[in-house]
Design a protein around this ligand. Sequence first.
Ligand code: HEC
Length: 181
Amino acid sequence: MRKLLLSVILMTGLSAENLEEVFKIGQSGAKELLKTLGGEMKKQMASGDIKKAINFCSQEAQTLTNKVDEALGENVSIKRISTKYRSPANKPTKTEAKILFMLESTNSPLLTKVSDNEYKFYQPLRIGKPVCLNCHGKGEDMSEVARKTIHELYPQDKATNYNFGDLRGAVVVTIKRGETE
Ligand code: HEC
C-alpha cells in the first residue's frame, strides 16, 4: 500500500493526504458493493435452486449495483467490468481493459488519475470461492441446468471456463473531486 501510494503520488503531484482519502473512498465503495452482491448470492445459492439463483443474478445484480451507486453520492460512481463479460453492461472501455490486464498479476487495488479532478479506483476480483465455479466454471464444474439457463439468458456469454483463482474482473469506482478543494 505504501509503495503503491508513493508511485501514484509521483505521477499526480497530489498530496499524500488527499490521495489516501480518494483511495479510501474507492476502497469502501468497492467493499460495500461486494458485500451487497456477495450476501445476496449466498442467500440464493443456499436455496439449492441454481436456475433461480441465475435468474436472480441476471435480474438483480445490476439493480443492486445501481442502488449502491446512488447511495455513494453524485461524485462517486461504481460498476463492474470484465474482459470476459457475461452482461454487456460490464464491458470495459479500452483503458479499463488495459488496467484489467495489469491486474492479472496482482491482488492489490490500483488508483489511476483520469484528470485533475477525476480518479479511478480498481479492485481486482478473483474466482476466489468455489461457489463461483457453479456459474463461471468449466466442464463438470457447471451443471447442465446452469449451462442451459445461462445460455438462454446470455447467448453471447464469455464468462465461463474459469479456474479457481483466476482474475474474473474488477470493481471500478470513479471519484470526482469538487472545485472547492
Ligand atoms: C448463480 C450463478 C452465479 C454465481 C454462483 C456467480 N455468478 Fe457471477 N454472474 C452471474 C450472472 C448471471 C452474471 C451476469 C449478471 C450481472 O451480474 O449483471 C454474473 C456476473 C458477474 C460479474 C460481472 C461481469 C460480467 O461478466 O458481466 C462478475 C465480476 C462476477 N459475476 C463474479 C463472480 C464471482 C467472483 C463469483 C463467486 C464469488 C460469482 N460471480 C458467482 C452468475 C453467477
